[in-house]
Design a protein around this ligand. Structure first.
Ligand code: NAP
Length: 267
């Protein structure tokens, strides 16, 4: 429950419940123009964080609408355009946030793409495109924000990996490699920066109802649903709630972990 929801309960008991309060925090979410990134930006805003909403320049649009929705929740928002796979653009993006708000406390490495095909047909371009956005992008953003987080001795880095990192998936060798790489990256950086008050975690979502999943055939969707213990696809909000928890002070003793948000699909 976010701090903003606290006021809605009228009883003392409701007011005394522990809440996620990010009102002193600045959060940067990559790929936040739609899908999971959008839901994460809105959830962190509900918890009070000032929101930097990243989108790729000349992307499909939507980031301004997300910023408006964030402002409607009573906090500040800015759109920061950058291709996360380009070091100079990432540096400029983080500088824009720090120049405006003085610090950056939470980074959510969410931007991700797919270029699916079986391994024998996979081109070098398809491999590079996915690794560059999904894995190199997380490296560049993490390295850049860490300079600020280490100085202030507080930070939260949360990367959106995937269940595919653990289970593999035919047609997604590039995507699975990028998402598995994120897990090794998370564990390593967690060890490097833990002494400075920065936690580094990952989520491994299962099938979440965004355009990425809606594009699957009805037959495949039915097959997958039958294997999910909770018998439904996840929502972007399911992932966003887990991100808000990991960003909170309540999660301060959790680092280097990969949290499954998959309705039991990985069981
Ligand atoms: P989505 O709807 O396709 O959204 C992806 C976002 O990333 C968009 O905002 C997109 O911008 C942005 N983006 C793409 N390339 C970028 C770049 N180079 N720099 C900055 N932003 C970039 O995806 P989603 O389903 O919400 O997934 C979000 C994350 O969760 C991804 O990392 C994905 O791998 C992961 N995930 C998703 C699922 C699922 O079931 N959906 C499951 C597990 C993990 P444009 O719209 O402008 O292109």
């Amino acid at each position: 429950m976010c701090a903003s929801e606290q006021g809605r309960g009228s009883s003392m008991a409701a007011q005394e419940r522990p809440v996620i309060d990010l009102s002193e925090r600045v959060a940067l979410v990559t790929g936040a123009s739609r899908g999971i990134g959008r839901a994460v930006a809105l959830e962190l805003a509900r918890c009070g964080a000032k929101m930097a909403i990243n989108d790729v320049p000349a992307g499909k649009g939507g980031a301004e609408e997300v910023a408006e929705a964030v402002r409607g929740l009573g906090t500040e928002a800015m759109v920061v355009l950058a291709d996360v796979s380009k070091a100079d653009q990432v540096e400029a993006m983080v500088k824009q946030v720090v120049d405006a708000w003085g610090h950056v406390d939470v980074l959510v490495n969410n931007a991700g793409i797919t270029r699916d095909t079986l391994i024998l047909r996979m081109s070098e371009e398809q491999w590079d495109a996915v690794l560059n956005v999904n894995l190199k992008g997380a490296f560049l953003c993490t390295r850049t924000v860490l300079r600020h987080m280490l100085r202030q001795r507080w930070g939260r880095i949360i990367s959106i990996s995937s269940i595919v990192a653990l289970a593999g998936n035919p047609g997604q060798a590039n995507y699975a490699a990028s998402k598995a790489g994120l897990l090794g990256f998370t564990r390593t950086v967690a060890k490097e920066v833990g002494s400075r008050g920065v936690t580094v975690n990952a989520l491994t979502p299962g099938f979440i109802g965004t355009t990425m999943v809606e594009s699957l055939s009805e037959e495949l969707k039915a097959q997958v649903r039958a294997r999910i213990a909770l018998e439904r696809f996840g929502t972007p909000e399911d992932v966003a709630h887990a991100v808000a928890f990991l960003a909170s002070s309540q999660a301060s003793y959790i680092t280097g972990q990969a949290l499954g948000v998959d309705g039991g699909l990985s069981l």
